[in-house]
Design a protein around this ligand. Structure first.
Ligand code: IVH
Length: 690
C-alpha cells in the first residue's frame, strides 16, 4: 500500500499544491459572486486567466485535481447511463390550493390537527414563508465535507437517477460550499431545489435549435428536463440551466429552527436562493403575497406555476406530520395553468380586410389560464410546418399573460398515425382567387378586391365604432346584406332602401329604419373617421388624424406623394407607402367616386403647418427592429411605432434603439443586438414604452 506523507512531497509540488488550492478557492469565490450574487468583482478575462493558470498547474500535477476544482465542471459521459439513487428521505410532494379559500381551509385543518397534538399555541405563534414555485425539475444534491458529491433527480420520490455529472456543469451549483457560512457546512448535507431555465435563455436556445432545423421545446420545463437527462455532460453544459434551492433535507450539523433561517443559511453556503421568498407574520399576509404574484408572474424572468406557503417553525412543521405524501406544513398556491393539451380538430381559415389569410386552430374546448379556449391562432402556414402540427394531434395550447392563445406544438408521443398534415391553401376559400405571398412576409394574401370575405371584413371595419360608427351594422347583418347580394362595397350601403331590407330575416320596420338612419348619419363623420374606415393599410387612428389635418379632403390626399406624406409628424415610410399604394389602385378611385356620389365626402380646412414638424410622439428619434411574431402583423406594429414618431428598420445596427423580440425571433438579429449591446424588449415592454 502506498501512503503519502508531507515528507515525501517534493518542495516544488508543495508550492504547486498551495497555489492550486488558492486558485480553486479564488475561482469558486468569483464564480459565486458572478453566478449567484450577480455581483462580479473581476472581469471575465481575469477569471479566464486564473482558470487557465489552474488548468496548467493541474496538467503538470494531475494529483492536484480535486472534485471541487472549477476545471472539473464538465466530465466524461458515463457508458452505463444513469445509475439509480435511493433518496435518504422520500422526496415528497405538496397539497394544492387554488384560491384564498383553499388556503384558509388548510389553516382550519391545521388548527384542528395542532389542537389534537397539543400544539395550538405553537401554531398560533408561527410565521409563514412564501416562496415562488418554479416550474422546473426537482434536484437533490449531496455535499460531503462541503464538497458536491452527488446530484439526483426526484424519480418516483424514493429512487431517483444519478445526474451528478450533469449537475456539476451548472454554474449556479457550487462545487464547494462556502466556508464563511455560520454554522459551517456540516460533514453531510442534502439539499433540495429546482433546476430550471430562464425565459430569456429558453427563447434564445429554441431559436438556436430552430435555425439548426432541430426540434424546439414546447416549454421551459421540457427544456430543463431534456438538458438534465443528457448522457453527455458536455451537452448539458451547453444548455443554460440554473437552479434555486429551498429545502435542507438532511444535515448532521445544527438545524435551522425556521424555514426562513434555513433559506438564509443555504444562501450563506453559496447555494442560490430565490430573492422573492418572503417571511409573512400571518397567513393572511401570506395569501396577499401569493395573490400579488398572480399579476406579477409575467414580470419574473422565469416561469412559476404558483407560490409555496410553508410553516416557518420547522419543528412544528415536522410534528404536524404528513397526509399521504404531502407534508401538512406546506401548501402550493397554484396559479391558473397557462398551458393545457387538447385535440386539434380542424384548421379554420379567416381573412382580414387587407386579404391576409390566417389559419386558426379549432380545438376541443379546454381551460387555460382560467378561460375556456376553443380557438387559437396558428400564426401562419410556415409556423405550422416548422412545428409539424397536424390535424388530429394533441396540441399544447398556451396563454401567457396578455398574449392571445396560441399552439406551442404537438404532443408527438400522443400520435397514433392517423394525424393529417396541414396543407396551406392555394386559393382564397372565400372567392377562389389564387393566393399570393408578399416579398418578405410569411402571410398569404387574397388580392381580389371584390372577395366576399374581404368585403365582409372591410364593411365591419368601416362600420366600427372608431371608424364610421354605424350602429346596428354588426357581423351578422353585414353577412346578411352580402349574402342577399345587396352590397358589394361600403358605398352600396348608402343606396340601401327599406323595401330591400324588410324581406330579410329579422328585419322589422323599426330595425330597418334605425339602420338606414345610422347609415345616413355616417355621412357627417369627419374625414379622419372615413380614413380609418377605408382601411388604408397601416393607417391607424393617429395617422388618420394627421392626414386629415394636413389634406382636408380625400381628393387632396389621393394626390399626395410618398415624399410629401413622410414629412408629416406621425407618418413614416411604411404608412406613406400604404397610402400611395392605396391611392394608386383603380379600385380605390372607383370606390371614392362612388362614395362621393353617395354624399360621403367630408372636408375640413387643411393645415399646411402640419408639415415638417419634428416628430413629437413618445418614440420620437427611436429606431426599432422587430423580429419574431408579435400579437399583430409586423407591419401593423411598425405603423403603430411610426405613428408615435419612431422608425422601424430591417437590420440591427449601432443606430438601433431597441430590438423587439416576438415569438420565434431571428437568431442573427438577437445575436447582433447582444453584440452591439442594444436593449431587447418584448411586446409588453414596447407597449409600455409608448
Ligand atoms: S417544497 C416537502 N418549495 O413543486 C417539501 N417545492 O409538489 C415539498 N417546487 O416538484 C417541496 N418550488 O420540486 C417546494 N419553493 C419550493 C418549490 C417547490 C418548486 C416544486 C417541487 C415539487 C413541486 C411540489
Amino acid at each position: 500500500m502506498l501512503t503519502l506523507s508531507l515528507f515525501d512531497v517534493d518542495p516544488e509540488d508543495a508550492t504547486a499544491a498551495k497555489r492550486a488550492a488558492q486558485l480553486r478557492e479564488e475561482l469558486n469565490e468569483h464564480s459565486h459572486r458572478y453566478h449567484v450574487l450577480d455581483a462580479p468583482t473581476i472581469s471575465d478575462a481575469e477569471y479566464d486567466a486564473l482558470l487557465r493558470e489552474l488548468r496548467v498547474l493541474e496538467a503538470a500535477h494531475p494529483a492536484l485535481i480535486t472534485p471541487d476544482s472549477p476545471t472539473q465542471r464538465v466530465g466524461a459521459p458515463s457508458a452505463e447511463g444513469f445509475a439509480k439513487v435511493a433518496h435518504p428521505r422520500p422526496i415528497l410532494s405538496l397539497a394544492n390550493a387554488f384560491d384564498a379559500a383553499d388556503v384558509r381551509a388548510w389553516r382550519e385543518r391545521l388548527l384542528r390537527h395542532a389542537e389534537s397534538l397539543g400544539l395550538t399555541e405553537r401554531m398560533a405563534a408561527t410565521r409563514f414563508v412564501v416562496e415562488p414555485k418554479i416550474d422546473g425539475l426537482t434536484v437533490v444534491l449531496t455535499y460531503r465535507d462541503g464538497v458536491f458529491v452527488q446530484g439526483a433527480t426526484r424519480g418516483d420520490g424514493a429512487v431517483g437517477e444519478d445526474i451528478t455529472a450533469n449537475l456539476r456543469t451548472l454554474r449556479h451549483v457550487p462545487l464547494a460550499l462556502r466556508r464563511s457560512a455560520h454554522p459551517p457546512a456540516p460533514s453531510m448535507l442534502v439539499v433540495r431545489g429546482e433546476a430550471f431555465v430562464t425565459l430569456a435563455d429558453f427563447e434564445h436556445m429554441n431559436e438556436k435549435l430552430r435555425s439548426a432545423d432541430e426540434k424546439t421545446f414546447a416549454n421551459p420545463r421540457n427544456f430543463a428536463a431534456g438538458a438534465l437527462r443528457q448522457i453527455d455532460p458536455a451537452a448539458t453544459a451547453r444548455r443554460p440551466l440554473t437552479a434555486f434551492f429551498y429545502n435542507v433535507v438532511i444535515t448532521d450539523g445544527t438545524t435551522a429552527p425556521t424555514q426562513w433561517e434555513s433559506l438564509q443559511w443555504l444562501r450563506a453556503l453559496g447555494l442560490p436562493v430565490s430573492d422573492i421568498a418572503q417571511r409573512c407574520d400571518d397567513l393572511e399576509a401570506a395569501i396577499a403575497y401569493c395573490e400579488s404574484y398572480v399579476a406579477r408572474r409575467d414580470e419574473l424572468p422565469f416561469e412559476i406555476d404558483g407560490m409555496v406557503i410553508k410553516i416557518d417553525d420547522l419543528a412544528l412543521a415536522e410534528q404536524l406530520g404528513y397526509v399521504g405524501k404531502d407534508p401538512r406544513g406546506a401548501l402550493a398556491f397554484k396559479f391558473p395553468a397557462r398551458e393545457a393539451t387538447t385535440l386539434l380538430r380542424d384548421v379554420a381559415i379567416s381573412i382580414g380586410r387587407t386579404g391576409n389569410i390566417t389559419p386558426a386552430a379549432v380545438l376541443d374546448p379546454v381551460q387555460v389560464g382560467g378561460v375556456t379556449i376553443t380557438n387559437a391562432t396558428l400564426h401562419n402556414y410556415e409556423d405550422i410546418t416548422r412545428k409539424d402540427i397536424r390535424i388530429g394531434d394533441r396540441v399544447i395550447v398556451r396563454r401567457a399573460g396578455d398574449v392571445i392563445p396560441y399552439i406551442a406544438g404537438p404532443v408527438i408521443a400522443a400520435r397514433t398515425g392517423i394525424e393529417q398534415p396541414i396543407q396551406p391553401p392555394t386559393q382564397c376559400p372565400f372567392c377562389g382567387t389564387p393566393l399570393v405571398k408578399r416579398e418578405g412576409e410569411v402571410a398569404l394574401y387574397c388580392t381580389n378586391d371584390e372577395c366576399a370575405g374581404k368585403v365582409d371584413r372591410a364593411m365591419q371595419h368601416y362600420a366600427g365604432r372608431s371608424a364610421m360608427d354605424i350602429e346596428g351594422l354588426g357581423e351578422k347583418i353585414v353577412a346578411q346584406l352580402i349574402d342577399a347580394g345587396l352590397v358589394t362595397d361600403v358605398a352600396d350601403l348608402y343606396a340601401l332602401h327599406k323595401d330591400q331590407l324588410q324581406p330579410l330575416e329579422k328585419f322589422a320596420a323599426k330595425k330597418t329604419q334605425n339602420l338606414l338612419d345610422a347609415i345616413a348619419a355616417s355621412r357627417e363623420r369627419p374625414l379622419e373617421r372615413l380614413l380609418i374606415g377605408l382601411g388604408i393599410r397601416h393607417v391607424g387612428e393617429v395617422a388618420a388624424r394627421a392626414l386629415a389635418r394636413r389634406y382636408g379632403s380625400i381628393d387632396a390626399l389621393l394626390a399626395a406623394s410618398t415624399d410629401e406624406l413622410q414629412q408629416i409628424d406621425g407618418v413614416g415610410p411604411i404608412i406613406a407607402e400604404g397610402v400611395t399604394a392605396w391611392a394608386a389602385r383603380p379600385a380605390t378611385r372607383a370606390l371614392i367616386a362612388k362614395l362621393q356620389t353617395a354624399g360621403v365626402n367630408p372636408t375640413q380646412e387643411p393645415q399646411i403647418d402640419a408639415v415638417i414638424e419634428p416628430p413629437q410622439g413618445s418614440f420620437a428619434g427611436k429606431v426599432f427592429v422587430i423580429t419574431g411574431t408579435l400579437s399583430q402583423p409586423r407591419e401593423e406594429i411598425a405603423a403603430w411605432i411610426e405613428e408615435r414618431g419612431g422608425k422601424v428598420t430591417d437590420s440591427v445596427s449601432k443606430k438601433t434603439s431597441y430590438v423587439v423580440i416576438g415569438d420565434d425571433p431571428g437568431r442573427s438579429k438577437v445575436d447582433k443586438a447582444m453584440k452591439l449591446e442594444i436593449p431587447t424588449i418584448d411586446e409588453t415592454a414596447l407597449r409600455a414604452l409608448a
